[in-house]
Structures are given as structure tokens and as C-alpha cells.
Design a binder for this molecule. Structure first.
Ligand code: NAD
Length: 470
């Protein structure tokens, strides 16, 4: 555990300690261990102003932007080992996972340095030449959640910056510290005001979205908050990109090789303590393979090392926040009360902090809240099906549409089934794997707009069309 600590905001390239502070809790103890600045209205105005002033310089030179993003990537990579304990302390993930998150954030910034929204010639017929240019939109408000504070913050800012926008970034008040440290780190690399990081409890996010100087909003978080963000942005005609929750189904086909897939499927559900938007949140398994799969998953749940996230042997730490810990407990209790069985886990661990036993539930129904809603925690319902058509129908019978997967030895058959899922991304025999080049977009309530790859960069631009005689 690091010493009691404090991280300032970064506004216009300067470190701003602010007058007001709020506490940050270490989820492995349940106790506050640090404070962060609670951004005032005046400080928010200063952050948006700084983003405005920096914009004309930043948008002007794509080569300079690419070089700056690569320098930012180097800085984050070099700081990964130093910042990982802070990320672990505020979020609860094991140190190795915190390091991996920071390194992936660095890789994402490096990748963004290769991305450009290139102009195109639409027509050149000897009399007229028509060109389309992709202009940055202007200062972008980026709002991030607490499950991957650094990686998701970087996923917001990398494409926005690559497109030539400046950013005001707001982390979750549960996990502000590493993002504030990132802002300070990058203020030594990026021109002043290009990236501003502010922190504070609500209504800071709301004030940022409605701020008159903001031209676009990119948000990652829950469906409910996403709706509020969209409602705030709508009367201001401000474009929003929303990356929201998921309730991803995995369908295990009758020909699946259960021993071969069990590890991958287990970690697709339990990595980061299940706190991943596109984690497997419910499994539909052919009745003929049900008992074998339940036992394979339960065996892993019983033996995975859960504990102090600073211990190198730990694979799963606590849940990141008290409300999330309580919610998972309530969802599991409701499933058990409804007739499901906990084949592994089934309750909190008897220790300080927000530790919950990895839980595999069998015998539940699609009506259980843990099946119908996003649990976002280390508890996985496994449900049997009789026909593949039924499995697809039940997988699609949800307001969510983020990702899904199908597991079987006949991969062509599995791919045909995967193609029937109403989601933005589907996999065969894996889940969670995504490259920086892929477009990422949830359907239904899981999101609005697209991020990832070149699509993410174009999403932060507006077309400008120039007609001229030849
Ligand atoms: P949340 O919606 O509670 O908060 C997200 C962010 O919004 C936080 O920074 C919060 O402070 C801010 N916020 C809260 N109220 C706001 C308002 N009225 N206006 C503007 N901002 C406001 O989400 P969370 O609990 O931090 O994160 C978990 C959720 O995020 C899960 O539902 C998960 O599935 C989702 N998520 C989605 C993706 C994705 O890419 N689709 C990735 C990660 C997490």
C-alpha cells in the first residue's frame, strides 16, 4: 500500500491542488487512504478554457500530434511499474493486472499515433474537384468509469487527440488517482491545455457535459448514466459517444470440448472480478454438457486465489466499490432465493474490504435478476438449453447488445450461430479479445456511436467538403 497520497488536477498544463477534497477508499480494506481535488466551477471553466486555447495549435499539425502521442506512450510505459501500486490501491485489481492495464494504455496511445482521418478526393472530373476533409470537433469531454480507470480513460482520449481535438477528462470519483497522475505525467509531454484532468463527485460530470465550451462528449459507464448524459447533451445538440453496459451471453454448443475451453471461459467471466463491460455474464450450455461445464467452472472458482491484490500470488482482488459489492451480494441472494444453487462461492469472504467469493450458479432461470441484468461481478449463472435456436433466442432476449461468444469444435457451425447474436462483436471459442484496429460499438442499450481503430478517430471529426474548379 502506498503512503497516504494526494494527486492534483492538471489544468492548462499546471498542477492544481484545489481547495476542496474528497476521500478515495482502498477496496481491499474498505478504508480511505487518499484524497483527490473536488473541482470547483471556476476550475472547470479554467479547464475548458485551456482546452479551447490549446485547440488551434493542436489541430494544425498531424505530424506533431503523432509524435506527441508516441512520446505520451513512452512516458506511460516508463511509468507503468511506478503507477501500478496506486491503481491497485484505488481499484483493487492485482498488481500484475494494474501493470498490464497501464502498459495497454501506453500501447493504445502509440497506436493512436498511427491514426489519421485522411482527406479524400470525392470527384475530379476535369471541371470540378471535390475534396472532403475531417475536421476535429473541438474540446471533447471524456468521462470514464472505475473498472479500468486508465485503460478506458486512454481509450477515450487517444482517438479524440489523434483527430486533433483537445480534451477535458473526468475519471470516476471512486478511482481518480491514477488518472490524475496520468494527467500530470502527460502534461510534461503534450502541449499545455491539450489534456486537462479534473476530478470530483457528481455533479461534476453533469457540469462538464453541459459546459458551453464543450463540443462533444465521449462517455463510458452504465446505461442509466449514459441516458442522463445523452439527455443533458441533446438540447445543446452536442454529439455523444456512449459505451455502456453489457450482459454478454456465451453459448456452449453440444460438440464443445469442455476441458479445453473451461479456462478461457472462466477467465472471460471472472477477469477483473467480472467488472468488465464485455465479460461473459451468463452462460447457456447444451443440456448434454451442462453438468460437466458447471463442475469445470466451479472447480476453477473454488481454487482461484482471491486476496490481497498486492500479493504476487493473488489472481482476484476485491470488488472495486462498496455499492458494487452490495449489488453482487443482492443479485446472488435473489437467485438463491429463487431456487438457483451456488455450486461454488455464494457469499462474501469473511474479511475487511469488498471481497466476494467467486460464484458459479446453476439451476436458475432467465427471470433471475442476475441473468436479466448486468451483475458486473464475480458471480456467473450457467443455464441449460435444449436446442440451439432456443439458446440464441434467450441470448438475444435482453436490452443489452455489447458482445457474445459461441463455443464448439465445429468452428464453422459455431460462427453461423455467433452471426445470429444481436451484438456489436462476437467470437468463436474466445471472448474479450479485441485489437486496437477493431471498431467497437454496442447495439441496443449497450451504446451509441463507434470507437476503436480509424472509426474512433472519424467519430471525433466533422466532414468539411470543398468544391473547386480544376
Ligand atoms: P457510472 O455510469 O456510474 O459512471 C461512469 C462515469 O460517469 C463516472 O465517471 C461518473 O462519475 C460519471 N457520472 C455519473 N453521473 C453523471 C452524470 N449525470 N453526467 C455525467 N457523468 C456522470 O458507471 P460505473 O459504475 O463507473 O462503471 C460501470 C459501468 O460501466 C458498467 O455498466 C459497465 O458495463 C460500463 N462499462 C462500459 C464499457 C464499454 O466500453 N461499453 C466499458 C467499461 C464499463
Amino acid at each position: 500500500m502506498p503512503e497516504p497520497t494526494f494527486e492534483p488536477m492538471t489544468i492548462g498544463g499546471a498542477a492544481v491542488a484545489g481547495e476542496h477534497r474528497f476521500e478515495v477508499v482502498d477496496p481491499s480494506t474498505g478504508r480511505a487512504f487518499a484524497t483527490a481535488p473536488a473541482c470547483t466551477d471556476a476550475e472547470l471553466d479554467a479547464a475548458v478554457d485551456a482546452a479551447h486555447h490549446a485547440w488551434s495549435g493542436w489541430r494544425a499539425d498531424a505530424d506533431q500530434r503523432s509524435a506527441a502521442l508516441v512520446a505520451a506512450a513512452d512516458a506511460v510505459r516508463d511509468a507503468a511499474d511506478r503507477l501500478a501500486p496506486l491503481l491497485t490501491a484505488e481499484q483493487g485489481k492485482p498488481l500484475a493486472d494494474a501493470r498490464a492495464e497501464l502498459r495497454r494504455a501506453a500501447d493504445r496511445l502509440r497506436h493512436a499515433g498511427t491514426l489519421r482521418a485522411e482527406p479524400r478526393v470525392l470527384r475530379d472530373d476535369g471541371t470540378e474537384r471535390v475534396e472532403v476533409y475531417w475536421r476535429p470537433v473541438g474540446p471533447v469531454a471524456a468521462i470514464a468509469p472505475w473498472n479500468f480507470p486508465v485503460q478506458l480513460a486512454t481509450a477515450k482520449l487517444a482517438p479524440a487527440l489523434a483527430a486533433g481535438n483537445t480534451v477535458v477528462l473526468k475519471p470516476s470519483p471512486y478511482t481518480p488517482l491514477t488518472t490524475l497522475a496520468l494527467g500530470r505525467l502527460l502534461s510534461g509531454v503534450l502541449p499545455s491545455g491539450v489534456l486537462n484532468v479534473v476530478s470530483g463527485p457528481e455533479p461534476l460530470g453533469q457540469r462538464l457535459v453541459e459546459h458551453p465550451g464543450i463540443r462533444q462528449v465521449t462517455f463510458t459507464g452504465s446505461v442509466g448514466t449514459g441516458r442522463r448524459v445523452a439527455a443533458t447533451a441533446a438540447p445543446r445538440l452536442r454529439p455523444v459517444t456512449l459505451e455502456l453496459g453489457g450482459n454478454d451471453a456465451a453459448i456452449v454448443l453440444p460438440d464443445a470440448d469442455v476441458p479445453a475451453l473451461a479456462d478461457a471461459l472462466f477467465w472471460s467471466a471472472f477477469a477483473n472480478c467480472g467488472q468488465i463491460c464485455m465479460a461473459v455474464k451468463r452462460v447457456y450450455v447444451a443440456a448434454s454438457r451442462h453438468d460437466e461445464l458447471v463442475e469445470a467452472l466451479a472447480d476453477r472458482a473454488r481454487h482461484v486465489v482471491v486476496g490481497d491484490p498486492t500479493d504476487p500470488g493473488t489472481r482476484l482482488g476485491p470488488l472495486a466499490t462498496k455499492p458494487q459489492y452490495e449489488r453482487v451480494g443482492e443479485l446472488v441472494a435473489a437467485a438463491l432465493a429463487g431456487g438457483a444453487r451456488a455450486v461454488a462461492g455464494g457469499g462474501p469472504l469473511d474479511r475487511d474490504g469488498y471481497f466476494y467469493a467467486p460464484t458459479v450458479l446453476a439451476g436458475g432461470t432467465d427471470g433471475d435478476p442476475i441473468v436479466a441484468e448486468e451483475q458486473f461481478g464475480p458471480a456467473l449463472p450457467v443455464l441449460r438449453y435444449d436446442t440451439v435456436d432456443e439458446a440464441v433466442e434467450r441470448a438475444n432476449d435482453t436490452r443489452y447488445g455489447l458482445c457474445g461468444s459461441v463455443w464448439g469444435t465445429d468452428v464453422d457451425r459455431a460462427a453461423q450461430v455467433a452471426a445470429r447474436l444481436e451484438v456489436g462483436t462476437a467470437w468463436v471459442n474466445r471472448h474479450l479479445a479485441m485489437s486496437f484496429d477493431d471498431p467497437f460499438a454496442g447495439v441496443k442499450d449497450s451504446g451509441l456511436g463507434v470507437s476503436g481503430g480509424e472509426w474512433g478517430v472519424y467519430a471525433h471529426t466533422e466532414p468539411f467538403v470543398l468544391h473547386r474548379p480544376c
